[in-house]
Design a protein around this ligand. Structure first.
Ligand SMILES: [Zn+2]
Ligand SMILES: [Zn+2]
Length: 328
């Protein structure tokens, strides 16, 4: 069926390079998609930088794929616009899969890691793991919902009824979650890199009641803190700002080591936990909620050929909102 342009990584820590690959052939139950847009996630950086190394190489990264079905499968007919998230497939029968925790399946395969991703003109995906997308969001603006929004939403759900919520690391996920949390009537405290006045103003515009540097103390104790930044030192630091019975929720796939801290900071039934991946139920819930909550994403677009520049911009923190690769 010819060839396509794609961005491929040959090994962890290698270079992401523009290549010509055969257009993938969908297997049983898989759709073939013409990719329109693919969001850039911090996990893509961890994959390219070799912080996580369990991929199947060479690999085309990218796991917030928005595309049009060109060859249908399952319930998805040609012409349908769908989203492909990080969770690419699961075994379907293990204890995790059968108890509503497919995000923890030992045999799960992840898009743009063990399965080919969306920094390419075409992608294949298991039809059962694709999401129908809400109308009213253009391709570029819906893409960041597929991981930043979705895993952020899972972390928000873990926070339960927390009324005072801290977000550490104000990137793609926090910019979406702030809008949802504010709409739900929660008070959001946004922690950016120290001195990032523009990022703090951005957080306030989106509904945060307070914004400051990650070294600052919030004006009130928090019921929960969600950490999107991959910096282990934020765990003990945020813990000191969480009330008794409160939680620190680590939402990234990779984090630098956590420094030791006094037990008294954990005392009082405080909880530290991680959030891993997503379930399809999380995806359906978020994609139904986002339009109702009036979520608007702010995106910076890059052409496919500039995917490396998009990753670099994310690494240096110069993206306000989310970076999205556009495939035309
Ligand atoms: Zn399983
Ligand atoms: Zn992601």
């Amino acid at each position: 069926m010819g060839t396509m342009r794609a961005m491929q990584l040959d090994r962890p820590g290698g270079r992401l390079e523009a290549v010509e690959l055969p257009v993938p052939e969908p297997g049983p139950g898989e759709v073939l998609l013409r990719v329109a847009a693919c969001g850039v996630c911090r996990t893509d950086l961890h994959i390219v930088d070799g912080d996580i190394t369990d991929g199947r190489y060479p690999v085309v990264p990218g796991h917030q794929i928005v595309g049009q079905v060109v060859r249908g499968a399952g319930d998805l007919a040609a012409g349908t616009r769908v989203g492909v998230p990080w969770l690419g497939s699961t075994c379907g029968h293990c204890g995790y899969c059968t108890s509503g925790r497919e995000n923890l399946c030992d045999d799960a395969e992840f898009t743009g890691y063990q399965r080919p991703g969306g920094f390419a003109e075409y992608a294949v995906a298991d039809a059962r793991f694709c999401f129908p997308l809400p109308e009213g969001y253009p391709d570029d603006q819906v893409a960041p919902l597929l991981c930043a929004g979705l895993i952020g939403y899972r972390a928000l759900a873990m926070a339960g009824d927390a009324a005072r919520l801290g977000f550490y690391g104000f990137g793609a996920a926090a910019h979406i979650l702030t809008q949802i949390a504010a709409w739900q009537g929660r008070a959001v405290y946004a922690f950016t890199r120290d001195g990032d006045r523009a990022g703090q103003a951005f957080a306030r515009r989106l509904g945060a009641v307070w914004a400051g540097g990650s070294g600052e103390a919030p004006p009130e104790q928090l019921d929960a803190a969600i950490l999107f930044a991959p910096a282990g030192e934020l765990v003990p630091r945020s813990l000191t700002h969480v009330r008794k019975g409160g939680q620190v929720i680590c939402a990234g796939i990779h984090m630098s080591d956590i420094p030791s801290f006094p037990y008294r900071d954990l005392w009082g039934e405080r909880v530290i936990r991680s959030v891993a991946n997503l379930t399809r139920a999380d995806g359906h819930a978020l994609l139904e909620l986002a339009p109702r909550a009036g979520v608007r994403t702010q995106v910076t677009r890059f052409p496919l050929a500039d995917t490396v520049a998009a990753l670099d911009a994310l690494r240096t923190g110069e993206i306000e909102g989310a970076a999205v690769v556009m495939v035309d």
